[in-house]
Design a protein around this ligand. Structure first.
Ligand code: GRF
Length: 203
């Protein structure tokens, strides 16, 4: 499967997926990494593994629609089977999301449906949750609301801060995301109108 990864920053999830591919775990290859920000660490990581990179700076576009339309064209030139959002910090237009429906994944640092949006770690602490974590989901037009493929949980300890929690959750992200990409690439999961179908069963 051909995969295009979209990033905005450090790219540690990208790194975990690259490693999953290089280890032969994921039956796919990353055909391009596209960043909406120049000079980010994730671009370097891709280049170090011989992966083509592209920067599409959103500040150079007049509107969200204009940016998304060019982004869509750029992605499509690689004919991807899967688009992976890995720390891509942009809200996407409905037209863009609909175009890649069923073949675009995102990772979110909370146990969805809890804590959609930003500052998830602090919000989980403020709510005195016993557990927190991350979720991989198919992207839908409503933010952080697509069908969930998998969760990874961490226990919240008494002395946890937003920073310590974020580190614990990120560690889980680096196993969960490659595992979910692997499921997609081996055609074990698919998005249906009822939800995610895994081996004939709805998740
Ligand atoms: C991750 O924590 C992810 O949950 C969030 O953005 C962060 C990306 O980190 N959406 P990285 O760029 O993969 O290091």
């Amino acid at each position: 499967m051909n995969i295009v990864v979209l990033i905005s920053g450090s790219g540690t999830n990208l790194q975990a997926i690259i490693e999953g591919i290089e280890a032969g775990e994921i039956d796919g290859r990353i055909v391009a990494v596209i960043s909406n920000r120049p000079n980010v660490k994730g671009l370097e990581r891709a280049q170090q593994h011989g992966i083509e990179t592209l920067v599409l700076d959103h500040t150079q576009f007049e509107s969200r629609e204009a940016f998304d339309s060019v982004l869509q064209q750029q992605i499509e030139q690689y004919q991807p089977d899967l688009v992976v959002l890995a720390g891509f910090m942009r809200i996407l237009t409905d037209a863009f999301v609909d175009h890649f429906k069923g073949r675009m994944l995102n990772i979110h640092p909370s146990l969805l449906p809890k804590y959609k949006g930003l500052n998830t770690h602090q919000r989980a602490l403020d709510a005195h949750e016993a557990q927190h974590g991350c979720s991989v989901h198919f992207v839908s037009t409503e933010l952080d609301s697509g069908a969930v493929i998998g969760h990874a949980k961490v226990d919240i300890e008494r002395n946890d801060t937003a920073q310590s929690l974020s580190q614990k959750v990120q560690k889980q992200e680096h196993s969960l995301y490659p595992a979910c990409v692997k499921l997609f690439c081996s055609k074990q999961i698919q998005l249906t109108p009822e939800g995610v179908l895994y081996a004939g069963t709805l998740l």
